[in-house]
Design a binder for this molecule. Structure first.
Ligand code: SIN
Length: 291
């Protein structure tokens, strides 16, 4: 079956048709997916029926996998991964034996970049839907190339050359992560520092690189100035013209380029079940080369 790429028509995203991810892909097909991913930043592949082994095999076409990140403190040591697959993170609101089986619960997950609180954030993530709520729980994406290209001049020149401190203490749904203290002073936020603009290592294009708004701080500025600048750049980056959202069906797989998109997730009714399995592909240290 021929592979077809169908752009969403929005600021980013495309659907890839004609793939069965239970099977090995040949070199040519992998190359088509890689090119489409580079061009559209987010890809959806629908109507799949895959195991964790299939998810891992497909993910490894794009790089080395990173183990599932630290879980939420409320998981109290429960593994975030299905048995035998430490590289697969479970994202779910399901509670078993009094403890969550995965992270993020049913709350809204605010706009974020995955794992930007570490020195070498992942280059991308692949998320597969096993159970989805009847409504809510959509995942939205925002194109950070466009956000960079359309930055007002004054904001661009103020941010040029600056870094941002990326919080590791809270995940995108606001749950504390294991092993982190609560942040009471953003100048001491625990997490990595990254340039606010980053050069995409494959395309050479500059993108805004924001992480999470909560507890972020621009070192070298007084807190009020940092807060005002961050509010302005976040409002610019997440405007609807740069976004697209995915309404999930069971069997959907989504992959996003974590170096050039932000993503978020809508809340949903906690009486419904949402179970997703995610892999994380290793990335490298963000850098910025002024054009
Ligand atoms: C994530 O933020 O990695 C998960 C997004 C989702 O659950 O839709």
């Amino acid at each position: 079956m021929a592979i077809e790429i169908v752009p969403t028509g929005a600021a980013l995203g495309a659907e890839i048709r004609g793939l069965d991810l239970r099977l090995d892909l040949d070199v040519e097909s992998i190359d088509i997916v890689k090119r489409a991913w580079r061009d559209h930043l987010v890809l959806s592949i629908r109507d799949q029926d895959i195991s964790d082994a299939d998810l891992v095999r497909f993910s490894e076409y794009f790089g080395r996998l990173r183990l599932a990140p630290l879980g939420e403190a409320r998981m109290r040591g429960r593994s975030r991964s299905p048995d035998g697959y430490p590289e697969v993170a479970i994202i779910s609101n399901v509670i078993r034996d009094g403890l969550p089986i995965g992270s993020l619960g049913n709350a809204e997950a605010i706009w974020h970049t995955d794992m930007s609180y570490i020195e070498e954030p992942i280059m991308g993530a692949i998320l597969y839907a096993l159970e989805v709520p009847r409504s809510g729980g959509d995942t939205g994406f925002a194109n950070m190339y466009l956000a960079y290209e359309t930055l007002p001049d004054e904001l661009r020149s103020t941010l040029e050359g600056r870094v941002c401190l990326h919080d590791g203490s809270l995940n995108s749904a606001g749950f504390p992560r294991q092993g982190y203290e609560e942040v009471t002073d953003v100048t001491r936020t625990p997490g990595a520092r990254h340039p606010l603009f980053r050069t995409h290592p494959e395309t050479g294009r500059p993108a805004l690189f924001l992480g999470r708004r909560r507890n972020a701080y621009i070192p070298g500025l007084v807190v009020e100035e940092s807060e005002a600048l961050l509010d302005a750049v976040w409002a610019h980056a997440t405007q609807s013209a740069f976004t697209w959202r995915h309404r999930w069906r069971v069997g959907d797989l989504l992959m996003w380029d974590n170096r050039a998109v932000l993503h978020r997730r809508d809340a949903f009714d906690d009486g419904e079940r949402r179970v997703m399995h995610r892999t994380q592909i290793e990335g490298d240290r963000p850098y910025y080369e002024r054009a």
